[in-house]
Design a protein around this ligand. Structure first.
Ligand code: 18C
Length: 262
């Protein structure tokens, strides 16, 4: 009885005193909820499939700009949800797996689990080059009702503003020469990962063979300015599957000879 009523202890983020905290907290919770909803009911259209990976989209436009929401599910053996989220969140590994980036900078380290990033992305012909400024937050899912909750982690990325990189002039803070040529995209992205453990027989130690990571990746990117719809759709149909395959292989490779981290 006593155990039942004990709160699940999830460490509180040190980012709580930051001005962005209410927004970070709210959007992360919303994205978690959204990620956990399935892809049934015919609203989502499958557009890519490879092994365990499935990618779905919904075609949507806002003021003539393509903003198709994307939802992907994947299952990867041998890694934990924490490991996946750690490699997705940390700036140290970003350039190892992120192939759409030209430059990346941490504008502010709010705390160990919350940072503000500025990224310049590769240009896609014939559109203008894009940049993205967003907060990124890593957390363990605090939900005491779900017995598996301790095994769920989320990284949420969401566009924001920052005094050190106003729109249209930010390039100069990374690059010597800039004339404010970047169009800023607006993004909301969530990576939610759950570790499933197959209990080893006769109480043996858990090894990587006993682990399966269930991944959900959700993304909405508003291109922020003119971009031809057909090119944009062709780009994301190619780039999202490429990303999820490359990223998950990368994490698998990084982790395979290291101790398991939950
Ligand atoms: O989630 C991912 N990465 C995170 C860390 O970087 C973060 C970043 C999100 C990416 C936002 C997209 C930025 C625009 C990119 C411009 C296009 C670059 C393509 C280059 C190809 C050589 O959350 C993983 C991201 C996975 C890949 C995303 C591709 C998204 C395409 C969306 C198109 C919208 C931009 C319009 C550009 C004009 C195209 C005609």
């Amino acid at each position: 009885e006593r155990l039942k009523s004990m709160p699940v202890s999830v460490p509180r983020s040190q980012a709580q005193s930051h001005v962005l905290w209410p927004e970070i907290d709210r959007i992360t919770a919303e994205q978690l909820h959204y990620a956990r909803q399935g892809v049934g009911e015919g609203v989502w259209e499958l557009f890519a499939e490879d092994g365990e990976m499935r990618m779905y989209k919904r075609e949507e436009e806002v003021n003539g700009l393509v903003v198709d929401p994307l939802k992907a599910v994947h299952t990867v053996k041998g890694v934990t949800g924490f490991e996946m989220c750690h490699y997705f969140f940390s700036p140290d590994y970003r350039l190892d797996w992120e192939t759409t980036i030209e430059q990346m900078k941490v504008l502010e380290k709010v705390s160990d689990d919350t940072m503000i990033f500025l990224q310049i992305h590769k240009r896609v012909w014939p559109a203008s080059q894009r940049d993205a400024l967003f907060w990124s937050h890593l957390r363990q899912v605090p939900d005491s009702r779900d017995p598996d909750a301790q095994n769920i982690w989320i990284v949420c990325n969401h566009s924001t503003e920052h005094h050190s990189a106003p729109e249209k002039s930010n390039g100069k803070y990374i690059r010597e020469k800039s004339n404010g040529k970047y169009i800023r995209v607006f993004l909301t992205v969530a990576l939610v990962c759950q570790t499933m453990i197959e209990p080893p027989k006769n109480g043996a130690q858990i090894t990587r063979d006993d682990l399966t990571c269930k991944i959900t990746y959700c993304s909405v990117v508003n291109p922020g300015g003119w971009a031809p719809a057909s090119v944009l759709r062709a780009v994301y149909k190619r780039e999202y599957p490429k990303f999820l395959k490359k990223f998950t292989h990368y994490v698998y490779d990084q982790c395979k000879n290291k101790p398991i981290r939950f």
